[in-house]
Design a protein around this ligand. Sequence first.
Ligand code: ZN
Length: 337
Amino acid sequence: MISAPCTPCLSPDCSRPERSIKKTADAAGSKQNRVDTNMPQRRQVIFFLATIFVLVLAAFLFVGRGEKTVKGEKIRVVTTFLPIYVFTKNVTGDLAEVENLLPPGAGPHEYSFTPGDVQKISRADVLVMNGLGAEAWAAGVIKESGTMAKIIDASVSVPVRLRKGTPDPHIWLSPTLVQMMVANIAAGLAAADPKNAAGYQSNAEVYLKKIQKLADDYDFYLESPAIKRTDFIAFHAAFGYFAERFGLIERAVIEEFPGKEPGAKYLAGVVDLIRREKVRALFSEPQFSPKVLETVAKETGLRVRQLDTAETGPLLPDTYELIMRKNLETLIEALSE
Ligand SMILES: [Zn+2]
């Protein structure tokens, strides 16, 4: 347990008064691999939300494809993987039929689409994607299905980080960027299904507030005097945007490329770095066997904890918040040691 400034209640229903503490520009500015922005994320969000009306109009222009819904019928929306499903479901509520492509245990990086996926997309009115290369398999399934669905790219206008020269797709792990994604999804759905535009917008506003509360709680607890360190080792390179948002430092990852077993030489380098930099937080993911991590843990004496990338999980509207709140508990524990 930590000695946080008030009782650490991490429930989404917690009514503790909010205390939002902004990270300094210095903390955010110290991260590596950042591209194309010098503005703090929050300023960008304010700017982004202020221009949402323009985006709705733009969405009419850019996603205008087939119209096949009958008046009064719910539109059929297909999402790609867990966080996209969760954000979309929170925007639609009961106003649309939402179906996810990837089964609950399958992550986006190594996925191969199935004939069932082709069928789902061929029937869809709208396809919602993360974008930024998270769904490398999507182009194939879209082509094969011949779908006329409107495509919503949730990453439009999000400030992109590069990893080894390519866009890092893990934007859903920064709650601030999630607010942009939700706004994009709401604007795209409003354009695709104008009769329910007001409903999508009001549902989105409710969810945006929940996400803001989540971000505020992270700020509150990670600013606690109990937090002694800010750096960590992750299993795969998923926490770049997350670390940037919360002033944390991802020192290294165990799996250099998603789905690829790290070599002995690479792992020895990570062990050296942990010793040299005195890193104390080592995270696995619920989706992966921690065998390789056990080797690193044994060599360094560190305890392995799980930090969930929210790439898989139950297809329920509150899954993202639950995962992120569990991650906050884990972080508080690991960073206050
Ligand atoms: Zn990932």
